[in-house]
Design a protein around this ligand. Structure first.
Ligand SMILES: Cc1ncc(COP(=O)(O)O)c(C=O)c1O
Length: 446
């Protein structure tokens, strides 16, 4: 599959070499040279060691949120890395900085923000959320940041880093936030997750939005995982209003290194109001902001950032537009369908039961032939291990409080605090055609 990428990369690298040589002939310093034998030896060892990974690229891997970037994406990344531009100051990489601005503007448009916004790529969803929560704190210095009990743990941790009080909102059985449990007067910003890390739940943005507006509370959307699914807002996800309301939020985080086909090191934070740029203002004797144009380092907490990240993401967006009918739409539709088909097939299984209906492409399920929660956890761990040992399927484990489990599955006796269930993240479109095989392989071990 990556034959095309290798060929394209080869040709593109020739063009880059020509450009490099256009400055005049020069030789690499002898101190940097390595013998062919030594290079081959090290790379052989590398190949051997890297095979110690789980098969993230293959449909058998339906475990964590892991998948390799698109081959053309890594080709673009590798090409830019031979130059290694730095997207801090414009001067560190003029073309890659432009590409970052263009790609981020495309994301902002995709989420419904207008042309006036502030945003940039980050190293990860964690750093993007840190910036969003930092702006939340600066905007309402004496108030708390609220997030649901299903939010990524980073929000609680970042509140601690930022020395701002965080508060957890309980979630009701129907997925709504129990807003009666918190005092709106104390809250400055509320976090809504579109695509929770555990089970890909879409939190009730519509409910929270009405409440937040009434009380002058800012909204931050953590769409690190789910953001790209907005491509399906008018089709497969048309009944879920949250996707159509994203533009109402004050800030949005999305991770191109999750569903955006990018290698790790690519998160993104967007702010609806560009005036928050005032919080980023800094002055230093060693930063070389030489022109009046926007230098991304002026609106980012991180200093040096790989220009290659922006180049790869920009190239990906040219190849795969953020549309429902082409580019990202069909890719995400297959992922969504894989989870829904797995849910339906499990519905007729004698050995497995789905934990709940999947809103996105993450499904929780467990062996049904058990009577107690402890027995379920035990069977789950056994089947999880056997798949990895035999290299026939790779799943992940997800722990739910027994009380939440009981609400959905009252027929099981509770004899443990938590229940461990199986979890599958169907991030690869190829998995749509693998669901039946996967299910069969799991069932044979139950
Ligand atoms: C909803 C959500 N937010 C934040 C994060 C953290 O992102 P990262 O792993 O890119 O730092 C994740 C990661 O899984 C996530 O799913």
């Amino acid at each position: 599959m990556d034959k095309q990428a290798r060929h394209i990369l080869d040709t593109a690298l020739d063009q880059i070499s020509e450009w490099k040589e256009s400055y005049g002939a020069w030789d690499q310093h002898p101190a940097l040279s390595v013998s062919q034998e030594k290079a081959e030896h090290v790379f052989n060892e590398l190949a051997g060691r890297l095979k110690g990974n789980f098969p993230f690229h293959h449909p058998v891997y339906a475990g964590q949120m892991l998948k390799p970037p698109h081959p053309l994406t890594w080709a673009a990344y590798a090409m830019a890395m031979t130059i290694n531009p730095n997207n801090h100051a414009l001067d560190g990489g003029p073309p890659s900085s432009e590409m970052e601005k263009e790609a981020v503007a495309e994301l902002a448009r995709f989420f419904g923000y207008g042309d006036e916004f502030l945003g940039h790529l980050t190293a990860s969803g964690t750093i993007a959320n840190l910036e969003a929560l930092w702006i939340a704190r600066e905007s309402h210095p004496k108030k708390k940041i609220a997030f649901s009990e299903n939010a990524h743990y980073t929000h609680e941790r970042m509140c601690s880093v930022l020395q701002v009080e965080g508060t957890k909102i309980p979630v009701r059985e129907n997925g709504d936030f129990d807003l009666d449990a918190i005092n709106p007067q104390e809250i400055g910003t509320v976090v809504v997750t579109l695509g929770t890390t555990g089970l890909g739940e879409v939190e009730p943005l519509q409910q929270v939005l009405l409440w937040a507006r009434e009380h002058g509370i800012r909204i931050h959307i953590d769409a690190a995982y789910g953001g790209f699914f907005r491509a399906l807002k008018d089709a497969d996800l048309a009944e879920e209003t949250a996707w159509n309301l994203m533009e109402e939020a004050d800030s949005i985080v999305v991770d191109p290194h999750k569903h955006g086909l990018q290698p790790y090191g690519c998160g993104c934070v967007l702010f609806k109001d560009p005036a928050v740029g005032k919080f980023y203002k800094h002055d230093s004797p060693y930063t070389y902001f030489t022109s009046e144009d926007l230098h991304l380092g002026e609106i980012s907490l991180e200093c040096s950032r790989a220009g290659a990240t922006a180049v790869a993401f920009w190239a990906t967006l040219q190849l795969f537009p953020l549309k429902e009918s082409e580019g990202f739409g069909p890719i995400l539709r297959s992922c969504l369908t894989a989870a829904k088909e797995m849910f339906e097939k499990i519905g007729t299984s004698k050995k497995l039961k789905a934990y709940k209906y999947p809103e996105l492409d993450i499904l929780g399920y467990f062996p049904s032939e058990a009577t107690t929660t402890a027995e379920i956890s035990e069977k789950v761990k056994a089947v999880f291990n056997v798949g990895m040992r035999e290299r026939t399927f790779y799943l992940s484990l997800y722990r739910v409080p027994a009380t939440s489990f009981k609400r959905l599955h009252p027929e099981y006796e509770i004899n443990s605090e938590d229940v461990t269930i199986l979890r599958s993240v169907f991030m690869k479109p190829e998995q749509q055609n693998f669901v039946e095989t996967l299910l069969h392989r799991i069932e044979t071990h139950l």
